[in-house]
Design a protein around this ligand. Structure first.
Ligand SMILES: [Zn+2]
Length: 173
């Protein structure tokens, strides 16, 4: 493997040859069975964790799996309203760098600092990891009538989960 760009290009060549045919079957549209909001951490790849393929999971990722801002919430609204996903998961993970940084103190004036301050809101509770997951689920319901209506009408289930980096298992809350 060479430089990072070459690694990407080579990886894509392998992908194209491995999934030739499968890729083309999904051109017409997508019908994912779940939407997942999880952390951007490179050790937390949802498709691999859930043994899923192309078109199966609608994924939104950011540091700390936080439901903050129109891009994150709006993307999940799209999954609920237009793709009709029956399941939405907010998945945090052990050994999360965003959580660890938040534990060290308040954020600065940067965009990253805003994420830290958002996570710190849940620090009133003892189990920061699970408290953050529950707080983000609550934010989705509070900030999005599309998501809360879908949950209320029974079209959508919203659940929390913890990915255990130590052994690869997912604990559903
Ligand atoms: Zn993380």
């Amino acid at each position: 493997m060479g430089d990072p760009r070459s690694r990407l290009a080579e990886g894509n060549r392998k992908f194209v040859s491995k999934y030739d045919g499968v890729i083309q079957r999904h051109i017409a549209g997508q019908k994912p069975f779940a939407a997942i909001l999880t952390c951007s951490d490179s050790r937390v790849p949802p498709e691999l964790i859930f043994s899923s393929g192309i078109g199966e999971i609608f994924v939104v990722r950011d540091a700390g799996n936080i439901a903050m801002g129109a891009s994150v919430i709006g993307s999940l609204e799209y999954a609920a309203e237009h793709l009709h996903v029956p399941l939405m998961v907010v998945m945090g993970h052990t050994c999360c760098g965003a959580m660890a940084t938040a534990e060290q103190g308040p954020g600065d004036g940067t965009c990253a600092g805003e994420i830290i301050n958002e996570i710190r809101v849940c620090f009133k509770e003892k189990d920061h990891l699970r408290a953050n997951i529950r707080m983000q689920m609550a934010h989705l319901l509070e900030k999005s009538p599309i998501i809360s209506d879908a949950v209320r009408s029974g079209k959508l289930s919203l659940i929390g989960a913890v990915y255990h980096l130590e052994d690869g298992s997912v604990e559903f809350l």
